[in-house]
Design a protein. Structure first.
Length: 318
């Protein structure tokens, strides 16, 4: 009797394990199984994006799972590999370090998993091997828009500092490149630049504190790669008693809207993560249904928000 009981338990465990593995591939509902793998769910923009994936997934016949990269490229790499092993139909990836996850993305695509890049794309030389499509903003254009804002504000020139997002992140690189390309040859002078280790408000604040000590009132304006970082910059400026600096941020999130509306931040360059998530799933579904997407690279238009037009936009949730 005891041997029969042990054998029965082993069978139940084996069946349960098989059911778990199969469940990632087929829920019995006929829906596609997909995972959104953000770099870090603690990042407010990625938390909001995850919410939008969950909100709209059923509209695209998708059963969505959220897997947190925890701000660690190794964790995100393992999650991508796990998704392949568990036979997900599609993955949507926002990378912590794009170069670190490319081998895992190539493996996923080779295994037949539809790979969509979300918000940040792979380098052009890896695109064909590492992903099927990209949906996001054109971060070069975001940087260029920031540069244009400074050109409009300071036609006779200014000294500005730039505080970048997460070092090595696709958005950080492109926003920096776009900004400096736009102001090249103008009278706008970047007197200092430093990127953060993470998209972290406190890191932006500490960098700004150091720049205040170094440059003081020589600083006419600040370009920050994200609105959450601009919050830290404003805290540093307030503590130093520095008022009236021209501040441009990117994201168009709740903090950015509040800061622009209050007059403390001059411009926020808004990206729409809800539209981004919907187009990501729509494109994946087209491929999974056997079709060919209209676009492999999908850029979501940016909205330039300042005090003169802020009331024409819906305030963001994140």
């Amino acid at each position: 009797m005891r041997k029969k009981l042990i054998a029965l338990v082993c069978v139940v465990l084996l069946v349960g394990t098989m059911a778990f593995a199969a469940g990632t591939q087929e829920s019995g509902s006929g829906m596609y199984k997909a995972a959104f793998i953000p770099g870090e769910i603690a990042n407010p923009s990625q938390a909001f994006a995850a919410k939008m994936f969950e909100k709209h997934a059923a509209e695209y016949n998708i059963d969505i799972t959220i897997l947190d990269g925890k701000g660690d490229a190794q964790v995100e790499t393992q999650l991508i590999n796990n998704a392949v092993a568990q036979k997900f139909d599609a993955i949507f990836v926002n990378p912590n370090d794009i170069n670190a996850v490319i081998p895992a993305l190539i493996k996923a695509k080779s295994a037949g998993v539809v790979v969509g890049m979300f918000s940040s794309d792979v380098p052009a030389e890896s695109a064909d091997k590492a992903r099927d499509f990209f949906v996001g903003v054109n971060d070069l254009m975001a940087g260029e828009a920031a540069g244009q804002a400074f050109l409009n504000k300071f036609p006779n020139g200014a000294k500005v500092v730039e505080i970048g997002g997460q070092s090595g992140h696709d958005a950080q690189i492109k926003r920096h490149d776009g900004f400096n390309k736009k102001i090249a040859g103008s009278k706008i002078e970047v007197i200092d630049y430093k990127a953060c280790q993470q998209w972290d408000t406190n890191q932006a604040m500490m960098i700004m504190e150091d720049m205040i000590v170094k440059w003081g009132d020589q600083i006419d304006g600040i370009f920050c790669h994200w609105d959450g970082g601009a919050t830290g910059i404003l805290n540093a400026l307030d503590a130093a008693g520095m008022k009236g600096k021209f501040i441009v941020g990117v994201d168009g999130n709740r903090a950015g809207f509040d800061q622009v509306r209050s007059g403390r931040q001059s411009v926020t360059i808004m990206q729409n993560f809800e539209n981004m998530a919907m187009i990501e799933m729509e494109t994946a579904k087209t491929i999974l249904d056997g079709g060919k997407p209209a676009k492999v690279v999908n850029f979501i238009p940016l909205d330039i928000v300042d005090l003169s037009n802020i009331d024409s936009f819906t305030p963001p949730e994140w």
